[in-house]
Ligand binder design. Structure first.
Ligand code: HH2
Length: 305
C-alpha cells in the first residue's frame, strides 16, 4: 500500500476484517474478562456459559463491540500461558461468532490473536501496541483485523512505579506515530488502526486526568480514539472510593471522553455508560441522536459496499 492511500483513511471508519465499523457515532465496547483475577470483575465470567450470557446482556444493553480477555493486565496478576489464555477465550468466541457483534480479543500474544481471529474475532486489542510479541504486527496485517494500539509506559508489573513524562500528551502522540510507522511497515493499513492513550497504564492520577481533558489533541492523528477509564484507580483516588463504588466517576470520565471526541469507550457497566455516551454525544453534536435501541447504529456494512 502506498503512503498516500494509508494517509487518506477515513477517521470515521474502522476496518475490522470483513466489517467496516461506522465510527461517525460513538460505540460502546463491553469488557468481558474471562479471568479469575481481573481488577474489578475477576472470577465473575470465568465459566464460558456465564461469559457468553454476559456478552449477550451487554449487547442487549447497547454494546456493539465485546472485548474478550483471558489475562489480567493489573500489576500483580499471574502471567498466563498462550494455551491457558486460549482455553479461556476460544469457547466464548466460538459461541458468539454468529451473533450480531464485533468481537475483540484483548491479548498481547500473536498466537492467541491468530487463533481468536480464526475462531471469529474481528479486532486485536493489544495493550503493548505491537511492541510485545514480534509476530503481532504480521498477524494483524495478514488477517486484516482491526487493531487497538494502546499506550503503556513500562510493563504491567512496573508501570505504576514513578511514571514520568515531559508533556504526557506530546509524549504519547510521539509514541502513537512511532507505532503507526511500525504498523505500516508490517503492511497494516491506517484504516485498521485505532489509538488508545491507555488510562492507568504507567500514569499517575494527574496524568489520567490530563489525558481525559486534552483527549481532543489526539484527533490530529486522523484516526479514531478509544478510551478505557472504567472503574480505574484514578477515579478511586479523586473520589476516595473503592472499585465497586466507581460507577458515577466512570460516568463522568466517559462523558468527558465523548465530549473531547472519543469514538469508542471501553466499559464494564454497559447499560449506564451507553446512556452517558448517548447524551454526551448528543451534546457534542447538538442533535438528539440515538434516541432508542443500541448505542450506536450497528452498521456492519461489508467492506467496499
Ligand atoms: N484497560 C484494561 C485492559 N485492557 N485495553 C485497552 N485498549 N484500553 C484499556 O484502557 C484497557 C485495556 C484494564 O481493565 P480490565 O480489563 O477491566 O482489567 P484487567 O486487566 O485486570 O482484566
Amino acid at each position: 500500500m502506498r503512503d498516500t492511500e494509508i494517509m487518506t483513511a477515513d477517521a470515521t471508519q474502522w476496518l475490522c476484517r470483513d466489517r467496516m465499523l461506522d465510527l461517525g457515532r460513538v460505540h460502546v465496547m463491553g469488557i468481558l474478562n474471562v479471568t479469575p483475577d481481573s481488577f474489578s470483575d475477576g472470577g465473575l465470567h470465568f465459566d464460558p456459559q456465564t461469559a457468553v450470557a454476559r456478552a449477550r446482556t451487554m449487547a442487549a444493553e447497547g454494546a456493539t463491540i465485546i472485548d474478550i480477555g483471558g489475562e489480567s493486565t493489573r500489576p500483580d496478576a499471574e502471567s498466563v500461558s498462550a494455551d491457558a489464555e486460549l482455553r479461556r477465550v476460544l469457547p466464548v468466541i466460538v459461541q458468539l461468532r454468529n451473533d450480531d457483534l464485533i468481537l475483540s480479543i484483548d491479548t498481547s500474544k500473536a498466537s492467541v490473536a491468530r487463533a481468536a481471529i480464526e475462531a471469529g474475532a474481528h479486532i486485536v486489542n493489544d495493550v503493548t501496541a505491537l511492541g510485545g510479541d514480534p509476530q503481532m504486527a504480521a498477524t494483524v496485517a495478514e488477517s486484516g483485523a482491526g487493531v487497538v494500539l494502546m499506550h503503556m509506559q513500562g510493563t504491567p508489573r512496573t508501570m505504576q512505579v514513578n511514571p514520568t513524562y515531559g508533556d504526557v500528551v506530546t509524549d504519547i502522540t510521539a509514541f502513537f506515530e512511532n507505532r503507526r510507522a511500525r504498523a505500516w511497515q508490517a503492511g497494516i493499513a491506517d484504516a485498521q488502526i485505532v489509538f488508545d492513550p491507555g488510562i492507568g497504564f504507567g500514569k499517575t492520577a494527574e496524568h489520567n486526568l490530563i489525558l481525559l481533558r486534552r483527549l481532543g489533541e489526539f484527533q490530529k492523528l486522523g484516526r479514531p480514539i478509544l478510551v478505557g477509564p472504567s472503574r480505574k484507580s484514578f477515579i478511586g483516588k479523586v473520589l476516595g472510593l473503592n472499585v465497586e463504588d466507581r460507577l458515577e466517576g466512570t460516568a463522568a470520565a466517559v462523558a468527558a471522553a465523548v465530549l473531547a471526541g472519543a469514538s469508542i469507550v471501553r466499559v464494564h457497566d454497559v447499560r449506564a455508560m451507553c446512556r452517558v455516551a448517548r447524551l454526551s454525544e448528543a451534546i457534542r453534536r447538538s442533535v438528539p441522536v440515538h434516541q432508542e435501541g443500541r448505542c450506536a447504529a450497528a452498521d456492519f456494512s461489508a467492506t467496499g459496499s
